[in-house]
Design a protein around this ligand. Sequence first.
Ligand code: FRU
Length: 477
Amino acid sequence: MSALTKVLEEDIVRVESEKRNRISRDRFRLGYHIMPPVGWLNDPNGLCWFKGKYHVFFQYSPHSAQGGLKYWGHYTSKDLINWEYEGVPLVPDSSYDCHGVYSGCAFIEDDKMHLFYTGNVKLEGDYDYIIQGREHNTMYAVSGDGRHIYEKSCLMTNSDYPKHCTCHVRDPKVWKEGETYYMVQGARTKKDAGEVLLFCSDDLKNWKLENVITSDTPFGYMWECPDYFELEEIKILSVSPQGLKAQEYCWQNLYQSGYFKVQGDIKCDYKLENFTEWDMGFDFYAPQTFQDPKGRRILIAWMGMPDIRGMYENPTENTGWQHILTVPRELAVKNNKVCQWPVKELERLRKNPAVIHSDEKRIIESGMFDLISKIPEDAQSYQIQIGRDMEFTWNKETVQLSFNGDEGAGRKIRKARLETLNQVRILGDTSALEIYLNNGEMVFSTRYYPVKKEAEILIRSQSTDTIVWEMDGVSQQ
Ligand code: FRU
């Protein structure tokens, strides 16, 4: 370990121990969602199962709740419920990543965790930082436990990316097919179009450009955090595009996250089908997936958004921390639709089931709950209110999540089209709501900041069967 690495690591241990106690008393700390020990969190990184544990790394700025220099923080879990904080294995300690250890992935082979990420370097000078002044290096690190790195090197620099790209090429995701390794990276072209670069390699170290994947007509100026996988024969290219114009029923956040179904072969002759958003709520970005030993494809996303200042906020900034991750969601194809559902393990946190009748207020003291409404086929509408200001309604083909006051901290309204509604599941945590419709065919995720700690739930929908469980909080040490 270099002297600089040691200094950076010790500095974080100091910052964390200074701030941790005060932050842990914040009443908006979550019961069962992953959050940063202190400071700022964004994208999930390096999701994997390795040596008997799930590993979740995340973009972490421990020094400031407003973000800043990025490190990789690290949590592990044996059960996808209880999480143990393992420290900061990747720090910006080299000339290739000195301004941020940006997003990336873990690829497991030969009992080793191979980590790929973007090393961010911002040159000093009068630059636009789009076509000049920024280095995005493809970095490689190896670990035997996820906590200690014993090899770190730069595999590609901007000169290795196609000439038509700006400096913005980042967020590698690696997988293997047959004997060949593949890597996708998100890119912004000089003509301001988002695209994905596909590389291939025989040895994980030497990479060559195999294809450039993009839409027929430009779809935003940048695609961040790409991921590619097959789900029951459906080929999915997930990206987080920036620069789409908001419409009444879609693309309402500043940036989007969604997927294209891919026809053909991304290596040569492909066609991207319509883009579907992963989540219609206020707080969702940069998802990443991995396959666990049970064969499940699990998605975790940042339950937050970049650059939201002036639109909405998170009051926890004032207590020294900000943002969380979604719960792990299992992906499955149902009626040809890609659905997301909280991993089954979370049901172990349920206790004290109770029925909720329409127009009867139910209070969950801890603010943590799991609720399922079954909606009869002939129903024309459904409405649920949580806390003082949050209202979720479905009314003949339109679903709407809205906040009518301060509890949304500036969040106002998100709408989507949905022809029929037969089921609503809501995971409520102290300051987070994940709303799953029709077995996860559509999801709305949002942060909220209720005045009272307890969750007040009120349903207005005759003949709907609703059951609610309290949820236990878990340890996140
Ligand atoms: C997405 C993103 C990534 C980048 C990381 C930096 O939120 O902008 O493209 O690698 O965050 O923190």
